[in-house]
Design a protein around this ligand. Structure first.
Ligand SMILES: O=C(O)CCC(=O)C(=O)O
Ligand SMILES: [Fe+2]
Length: 200
């Protein structure tokens, strides 16, 4: 039995990977605290994506932090990791204790409202350590999150709640895509953190 991972037998993927949803691990007050700290203390920048050969600036903002000035190539642009803030280090430790995994970096996304989302992708970029776990922490608006199998096309969704933790591991990124669909129903912002292990 894995004493660290209290959701060890609760894989929500039917096959070809492992995803564990821990639900809300932060109460409302702590979630609000971290949302405000991250909103104000993170160096948010607009992201760029390459769509049909055109470089577009997304409304969503991003930031990249880590143990070292790692380079990370994400949707065709390379970022150099900034050094951890106090809150990020605190969160990293909480998440490592909860999951029994170790992380050396974190990609942050700020969605100003439901109209901002992220298209289908998998996080198997070459910079990530192969089959390493990715821990996704959300603060702010509850949002729908969708998985789709790359070959079977089977898809299903769950709600990532304020203060929640989702862990993706094993072969998940090899076989499944995920996305955060845009929605007009959500008017409030959300911050998502994905703790990752970069290979170096
Ligand atoms: O905002 C989310 O929940 C998803 C973020 C994501 O998939 C990513 O940063 O790779
Ligand atoms: Fe992702």
């Amino acid at each position: 039995m894995d004493l660290f991972n209290d959701n060890f037998d609760n894989n929500i993927l039917p096959y070809d990977g492992e995803v564990y949803y821990y639900g809300r691990i932060f109460n409302f007050k702590d979630s609000q605290f971290y949302f405000d700290k991250l909103l104000n203390n993170i160096e948010w920048k607009n992201d760029q994506t390459l769509i049909f050969g055109k470089c577009l600036v997304t409304k969503r903002k991003v930031a990249w932090y880590g143990d070292k000035p790692f380079e990370y190539t994400y949707s065709n642009n390379t970022k150099v990791a900034l050094s951890w803030t106090k809150e990020l280090l605190e969160l990293k430790e909480i998440i490592e204790n909860k999951t029994g995994e170790i992380f050396n970096s974190c990609l942050l996304n700020l969605y100003h409202s439901g109209e901002e989302g992220m298209g289908f992708h998998s996080d198997n970029e070459k910079d990530l350590k192969e089959h390493s776990a990715i821990a996704s922490v959300s603060f702010g608006a509850d949002r729908k999150f969708v998985f789709k199998h790359k070959i079977e096309k089977q898809n299903f969704s769950l709600i990532l709640e304020n203060g929640s933790l989702l862990l993706m591991k094993g072969a998940t990124q090899t076989h499944w895509l995920h996305r955060l669909p845009p929605t007009k129903k959500v008017k409030t912002p959300r911050i998502n953190l994905t703790f990752r292990m970069i290979a170096y």
